[in-house]
Design a protein around this ligand. Sequence first.
Ligand code: ADP
Length: 405
Amino acid sequence: MDFSQVLHQKTNTIVEQWVTAVFDDQHIEATNELTFKEVRNSLPRVLQALATVLSESEVSDLQTVVEASLEHGKIRAEQGFEPAEIAREYRLLRFVIFSVLEEDLVQASASDTLRAVRLIDTIIDEAIARCFNSYTQGRLSELEQLKGQLQLTNQELTRLVRTSRDNLSQLAHELKTPLTSIIGYADLFLRQQQNQNKLKSAQPNLENIEQVLRSGRLLLRLINDTLEISRYNAGQMTVQPIAVKVPELLQTAIEMIHPLVKSKDLALTMNCDRAPQEVWTDPLRVQQILTNLLSNAIRYTVQGSVHLECWQVSDHQWALAVSDSGIGIAATDQARIFAPYVRVETITMSPETKASEGTGLGLAIVDQLVNLMQGEIKVESKLGQGSIFTVYLPINSKTTDLASL
Ligand code: ADP
């Protein structure tokens, strides 16, 4: 019996039953966003190719199936299918083909049936492998492109930020949305890849995705920081004080920053024994100051400790100090590090710290926030020994915006 003829005749029935099964399968969530036609899309080609190969006696002529499956994988990648969902749809395809052909298979001779079953199985396995291959390649080349684009955007944005402040905040706003989605998408893909044992061959390329994520995150941080600076320059930054429990506030800041020390040989400690219990301040602004100072202390310290100390200075003032045993800052650089886009590179910096992604905006933001809160910031530091950044703040901050300063 010529099963290729049967398969050709029954292609439409198989496709309709298969698409329905794919839609009904609760585990294939990618179809939620797609129409019947979109899911149907490339399948008839895979089936035609399968029927053609079935009519030959040699399994080796798989070129048509290969091409059709590569195309299928590409389409599924574009449609947002996960590898596990593609595997499921091929399992359903196998099931539908055999149930539609069942009648004909039982009528054929045992050897014809066996040959057909074996061929169909081999071809579907080959189709799955090819489909996965093009799916992975499609995703990786897309990420590769994104990486290039991000790097260009990053350079362009840095140049723009430096040369012109006109329309900057609008530009930064427009860049934020696509960037957030690039980062989310790359992150998701990375997690999927790590979970997919089947795609082990793609592992070396994961470095590219990590690179995309790093560039994307840095760019996003640059944009957020730039927005913050331009808000300050436009006089739009405000302080909204409320009654704040100091120990809780400091504890939250330490918890937020804790993941950064995990990968390092660093002790992160805090002492708030002499801290005022309650102050009247803007907790979000104090968090911003603390997380910037603490993350710098961690980034610029290879080993040793980072410590947060808080105390009441007088009836009107309290202080926060972030100290580290890191690379330190030369006396000549200590004044200029508070200016936007200033980064100091020293010979004592480890390659790891040198490569660490910074924007040169963190301390500028801290300085502006402290100024806005009518406080003061001081730095004491010795090259190779460490640094202490101390922030003095009023115990009773007033509602301020820049116009009132
Ligand atoms: P970024 O850290 O993103 O480069 P910042 O404005 O936060 O930008 O810091 C400016 C520069 O000040 C840094 O590039 C670094 O050279 C120096 N710096 C800041 N904090 C520390 C620290 N705790 N120890 C040593 N150097 C520091």
